[in-house]
Design a protein around this ligand. Structure first.
Ligand code: GN1
Ligand code: MG
Length: 361
């Protein structure tokens, strides 16, 4: 393994020699190693999952361009945050294809940082709000049409709904019976969940660069729990702000993990929601239009719904997309997300009030 990784490292850094290799396991898609060299340099070397990311040139184009824009933004704004820095090969490409046709990319490791898998403190949630707001501000002037749609229709509710309908028709019949009441829920929500898509199609909300995986583990924190760096630029592509705002709230402001089985434990954490909004607004939300701000809570609902139907679809299809640990895992996740959605519906007034107060509408 060391020999193989050494050969790959040399494509990016000709004179470096590996001293130690540590596998980083928090991501579920790519294979990632932390490499320390004899010169005491540290790199993150990553094998790209080409089943998920089929166009590596497009993927790397988006990642490198966004990383560069963020570096410029932080410098101009005199902010001390870090950014991912990709390293080019000797030929000047930001990826390398080895003999076995594996695709690799390499970044500088960001020292004195830690990854949090689940937010436990308001302060962390506030920091997450700030960092994702900076991401949107930094990329606000980019023309999204110059970027690739890395996974087409990734957060398109219409496409996800079509995929669910197909799974209802062709999925495992016994699973359809088990999930019947959840399928009913998915259908019942259909109309209202298409609202954001309509706003996007009619250009009532602008297309902008979005991160599309705004969970807390995609932010590096420093040792004092201050936000340090937005990571995982794999799904950076054109989208609407609601994808990021909604997915962050879905994953950061819930009282339980997305595969918690005990439904009674699952709710939206209003204190965390306020902290996230405050963090985002502290950076200044001038890059957002009034219509965007008015639909932030819709974004929360829609993203939870999208995840609920993606998990349900995968359950009906016999678990072909997500990694599962046990047989009913995807159904548990779907139920979990529908329960979170119900909690959001129940607290809609409070969520809207907080949003209006914090974003000054
Ligand atoms: C997948 O593997 P991970 O956690 O980075 C998925 C996201 C979902 C998430 C749910 C490319 O991301 O969209 O929100 O699972 N990413 C892809 O846990 O499908
Ligand atoms: Mg990811």
């Amino acid at each position: 393994m060391q020999k193989e990784l050494q050969r790959i490292l040399e494509q990016f850094k000709k004179d470096e020699v590996i001293k130690t290799i540590t596998k980083l396991t928090s991501g579920h898609i790519n294979i990632t190693y932390l490499i320390t060299t004899h010169n005491e340099q540290q790199y993150v070397l990553q094998q790209i999952n080409t089943a998920v990311f089929t166009d590596v040139a497009a993927l790397q184009h988006n990642k490198v361009a966004v990383s560069e824009v963020m570096q410029t933004y932080y410098k101009t704004e005199r902010l001390v945050y870090d950014t991912i820095k990709y390293i080019a090969t000797q030929e000047g490409n930001y990826w390398y294809v080895d003999k076995a046709l594996n695709h690799w990319n390499m970044m500088l490791y960001i020292p004195e940082s830690k990854c949090i898998l689940r937010a436990t403190q308001e302060e962390q949630v506030y920091e997450a709000g700030k960092l994702f707001a900076h991401f949107h501000k930094a990329t606000a002037d980019l023309d999204p049409n110059k970027f690739y749609e890395i996974i087409p229709g990734f957060h398109d509710v219409a496409l996800r709904y079509e995929q669910l309908e197909k799974a209802i028709k062709t999925g495992v019949s016994q699973r359809k019976e088990i999930a019947a009441s959840w399928i009913k829920q998915a259908i019942a929500y259909k109309e209202e969940m298409h609202l954001l898509n309509k706003l996007k199609e009619s250009k009532a909300v602008p297309l902008r660069m979005t991160h599309n995986d705004t969970k807390i583990s995609n932010i590096l924190f420093d040792m004092e729990d201050k936000g340090k760096c937005v990571i995982d630029l794999d799904t950076v592509m054109p989208g609407i702000v609601h994808y990021d705002f909604g997915d962050a709230v879905r994953s950061i402001c819930a009282t339980a993990n997305e595969d918690e089985k005990e439904l009674a434990k699952i709710a939206i954490n209003l204190t965390f929601y306020e902290a996230f909004c405050k963090g985002y607004a502290a950076v200044g939300a001038k890059h957002l239009t009034t219509v965007e701000k008015e639909h932030l809570v819709s974004g929360v609902k829609t993203m939870i719904y999208i995840m609920a139907i993606r998990f349900l679809t995968d359950y009906l299809n016999g678990d072909v997309y997500y990694n599962i640990v046990y047989k009913e895992h995807n159904l548990v996740r779907a139920k979990n997300q529908f329960t979170l959605l119900a909690s959001v519906e129940k607290n809609l007034l409070s969520l809207e009030k907080v949003t209006q107060k914090v974003f000054g509408m």
